[in-house]
Design a binder for this molecule. Sequence first.
Ligand code: NDP
Length: 341
Amino acid sequence: LILDKFFSPNGGIPDQKDFKVTTSKFDENKPLEKDQILINLEYISVDPYLRARMQGVHTFVDPFKLHEPINSGCVAKVLKSNCPRFKAGDHVSGYFNWQEKQIVNVTKEVVKVDPNLAPLPHFVGVLGMTGLTAYFGLVLIGKPKKGETIVVSAAGGAVGSIVGQIGKILGCRVVGICGSDEKAKFLKSEFGFDEVVNYKSSTYEKDLKNACPKGIDIYFENVGGKIADPILFLINKHARIPVCGTISTYNAPIEKDIGQRAQYFIFSKQALMQGFLVFDYSEQETNEALKHLSQWIKEGKLKEKNVIFKGYDHIIEAFTKLFNTTNNTNIGKVVIDVTDQ
Ligand code: NDP
């Protein structure tokens, strides 16, 4: 699956017609060079950051190349191997092309995954980029202390739903923000959030205040824009704000007016606001985070819900739905299952 055109800096919502599915002959019998594997894709992750790679310029990530396969975090089955780390039949995760079969040069990012530890889609979610993002932002930047109040936006999304659960594991009060009452109910009953507030409600500000009677110690920012405003009014002295992403801005034009008052709240509460990228953390930090995430999964304290779309024909529908705020029923990590292709 390839990207057919870049989006203009004036924004734009990705649409099916901006992408093309192409078919080309693939020689499965081509001999593998040293440290190469032949793989068959099984699960594909769609993520908001891919939109930034469709901009045609370097933003916080490099742009895709036009008319070449798009890639993202995936799980695949090894069909043939010329690398001592893998054998045929193994499942591996890594950043692979959205292409049924492919030969991959093995790097340290390509890792064997254990289907006995968790269902395979979890390795692009809670045991992959999503879980690591939640862990790094909340634990390493937010530094939660028992009894503190954490607020997380896009709480029903892949990252937000993990942040909320880690917050509970670490003994905090967790308040989520999301776009529907159904999601709010689910996050409380299934993931143990203490309160969840609907940002579309006319009583959003009041609801948020009621949900945070002791103020906010950590705001895990996933959305940006208007919904973050009332949060800043409630932050406590020495609050921490890990800025994970701003999904509300990704399809919008880059504006010159970036708001004037937010800094006042950071300054007056001596708060820390820090942006971060999951890819910037070291191998040691990644292994440490994965150790905790796997342990919590084994203990049944951390769960992931997947929204599964089936087949290559549904990738773009799944991807564009990430940005849809009207009647978006997705809860958890969106994954495309291409095992039957
Ligand atoms: P998901 O795609 O799982 O969640 C998307 C949800 O965000 C939607 O279901 C919707 O839920 C909500 N949303 C979408 N647009 C808006 C909007 N305009 N206003 C308010 N809510 C909106 O996202 P992820 O969990 O994968 O990612 C969450 C954030 O984390 C993103 O900003 C992403 O870019 C960032 N990220 C950052 C990383 C890093 O290294 N810093 C790595 C991975 C992700 P609702 O129904 O509640 O509106």
